[in-house]
Design a binder for this molecule. Structure first.
Ligand SMILES: [Zn+2]
Length: 463
C-alpha cells in the first residue's frame, strides 16, 4: 500500500497520503515495541526468577531465532552459503540506505524519537517535495514506470512525455516500448507515439541486456543519490527555469511603467511595493504571525490582501466607480496589483492617476487605523489636485531644462581697420616669476605682432 502511495505521490506531486501512511506505520511500530517490552517484563517476572532452566531455554531459542543461516535472495532462490548471505544482506541494506536518501525509513525512526526528531521529520518532508520534483526513473524491465505520467526521460527541463496520449495506449508502461527479444527500443512504436525530440531522448537511454529493476534515481549528482548540495543546486536551476521570458518581460514592463510615472517618488515606491505584495496588509501580517485575523476591517467581508485593500474592497467603490477611466473596476477581476497596473496601462488609461489614488487610499486606510478622521469622499479630489500640482511643477522644471543653453559665440571677421589684441599674465609663485603674453591680429586673423616675456613677480602680488 505504501509503495502504491509513493508511486502515486511521484506522479501527482502530492505526498499527503504517504505522510498519513507513515504516521500510521510509525504508531504501529511504537505499539509493537511497547507490547514486546511489556511482555518480556511480564514473562521475566513470572518465570525468570523461579527457574533458571526457563531463562537458558529462552536465551538459546532467541539466539536460534536471531541467527541467519539462510536467506531468500532477490532472484527468489534460497541461499545457505554464508558469503552469499552476507552479500545479500549488504545489498539489502545498501538499498535501504538508498531508500533512506529518499526519506522513507529513516524519517519514521526520527519522527518517533523526540521533538528534534520531529523537527527533522518536518524538514525531511520539505526535502521530499524537492525529491518529487527532481527524481527520475531509471528504466529497467519492470512494469512500474508509466509512459505518460512518470518522469523517466533523460532531460532536466522535460523529464515527462509532452506528446498527446494516443488512443489505445493510455495505460502502457515503459517496458512495453522495449522489444522483449532484442532488448532494444521498439523504433516503430516510439516513432508512432512521440515527437522527434522525445524519440531521440528515449533512444539515448541505454538498455541493460539482462532484466533489472526500475529504479528511482537522483540525476543531479554522479552517484545518483540525493545530497543536500545537489538538492539546493537543483532548486536554484528550477527557479531560473521557472522565470520564463514572458514572466521576466512582464516584470521589465512593470518596472519601466512604474518608474516612468509622472508622480512623486514616494508614490512610485509605494506602487512598486504593492505590486510585489510587500505592504503590511492584514493578510501579510497574519502570514508573519503578527496578527491572527486577516479579515478586512473596512468591509468585514474578505481577507485584506493588497489588491483588496487598494482596489477590491467594497468600501472603495465610490472612488473607483466614479472615474470613467477605471470602469474595469466593475467589469473585470484582477489577479493582483501587477495585473491591474499592466491592464490599465495597456488600455491607455491614466496610470498616473491610478497610482496617486492608490497611494491616497492606503493613506486613508492607515489614518482610519489610527482613528484619525479622513473622509473617503476626499480621496479623488486630493489625488487629482496632488497629481495636477506635481505635473505642473514638473513641467516648469522640464521647460527650464528644455530651454537651450546659450550658444558659444562664433568668431566673425573684424570690421575693416580694426585689430584684435589678446593678452595674458600668468603668475608662477613657486619660482617667483610672472609671464606676459600679447598677440595682435588683423581683421583676417593674421598675426601683426606678438610679445612673450618672463618677468620677476612684482612684490605687490606676494602679499
Ligand atoms: Zn474590505
Amino acid at each position: 500500500m505504501m509503495k502504491e502511495a509513493e508511486k502515486e505521490a511521484m506522479r501527482i506531486g502530492v505526498n499527503f497520503r504517504v505522510r498519513e501512511l507513515k504516521k500510521e506505520i510509525d504508531e504501529l511500530v511504537d505499539k509493537e515495541y511497547r507490547m514486546w517490552f511489556q511482555r518480556s517484563k511480564a514473562l521475566w517476572a513470572a518465570n525468570g526468577d523461579k527457574n533458571s532452566k526457563f531463562f537458558h531455554c529462552r536465551a538459546t531459542q532467541r539466539k536460534r531465532k536471531n541467527s541467519i543461516l539462510k536467506i531468500h535472495k532477490a532472484d527468489g532462490e534460497w541461499s545457505l552459503d554464508m558469503e552469499q548471505v552476507t552479500e545479500a544482506l549488504i545489498t539489502y541494506f545498501k538499498e535501504l540506505v538508498f531508500k533512506s536518501k529518499f526519506f522513507l525509513d529513516c524519517s519514521i525512526l526520527e519522527a518517533s524519537n523526540s521533538y528534534s526528531g520531529s523537527y527533522a521529520w518536518h524538514s525531511i518532508l520539505k526535502g521530499w517535495d524537492i525529491l518529487l520534483k527532481g527524481a527520475r526513473w531509471r528504466v529497467g524491465s519492470e512494469e512500474s514506470i508509466s509512459v505518460w505520467l512518470d518522469a523517466w526521460l533523460p532531460s532536466l527541463e522535460h523529464p515527462r512525455i509532452q506528446s498527446y496520449i494516443v488512443e489505445g495506449f493510455k495505460d502502457i508502461k515503459v517496458k512495453d516500448l522495449i522489444d522483449p527479444e532484442t532488448r532494444n527500443w521498439d523504433d516503430n512504436l516510439i516513432q508512432g507515439l512521440f515527437n522527434n525530440q522525445e524519440v531521440n531522448l528515449i533512444k539515448s537511454i541505454p538498455l541493460c541486456p539482462t532484466p533489472i529493476a526500475d529504479t528511482l534515481t537522483w540525476p543531479f549528482n554522479a552517484l545518483g543519490s540525493y545530497t543536500v548540495k545537489s538538492g539546493c543546486k537543483f532548486l536554484a536551476k528550477d527557479e531560473l527555469h521557472n522565470q520564463s521570458p514572458t514572466h521576466s518581460n512582464q516584470n521589465n514592463d512593470l518596472w519601466k511603467l512604474i518608474w516612468g510615472l509622472e508622480v512623486l517618488n514616494k508614490i512610485k515606491n509605494f506602487v512598486w511595493r504593492s505590486s510585489k505584495d510587500a505592504i503590511p496588509v492584514r493578510k501579510n501580517l497574519k502570514k508573519r504571525k503578527i496578527l491572527n485575523d486577516d479579515k478586512c476591517k473596512q468591509c468585514g467581508q474578505d481577507e485584506e490582501s493588497v489588491l483588496h485593500a487598494i482596489w477590491e474592497c467594497s468600501k472603495l467603490s465610490p472612488i473607483w466607480d466614479a472615474i470613467p477611466e477605471f470602469a474595469c473596476h466593475q467589469s473585470r477581476s484582477f489577479a493582483d496589483i501587477k495585473d491591474l497596473l499592466l491592464y490599465v496601462s495597456n488600455a491607455g488609461s491614466k496610470v498616473d492617476l491610478l497610482a496617486v489614488i492608490m497611494w491616497n487610499i492606503w493613506y486613508h486606510r492607515n489614518q482610519l487605523r489610527l482613528n484619525k478622521d479622513n473622509p473617503i469622499s476626499q480621496v479623488i479630489q486630493t489625488s487629482q489636485q496632488c497629481l495636477l500640482e506635481y505635473q505642473k511643477e514638473n513641467r516648469v522644471q522640464r521647460t527650464q531644462m528644455d530651454t537651450p543653453a546659450p550658444t558659444r559665440v562664433a568668431w566673425h571677421p573684424l570690421p575693416d581697420g580694426c585689430v584684435k589684441i589678446n593678452f595674458n599674465g600668468p603668475t608662477f609663485k613657486d619660482i617667483n616669476k610672472a609671464g606676459l603674453g600679447i598677440i595682435i591680429r588683423d581683421g583676417f586673423g593674421q598675426v601683426l605682432t606678438s610679445l612673450s616675456k618672463q618677468i620677476q613677480l612684482p612684490y605687490s602680488l606676494d602679499g
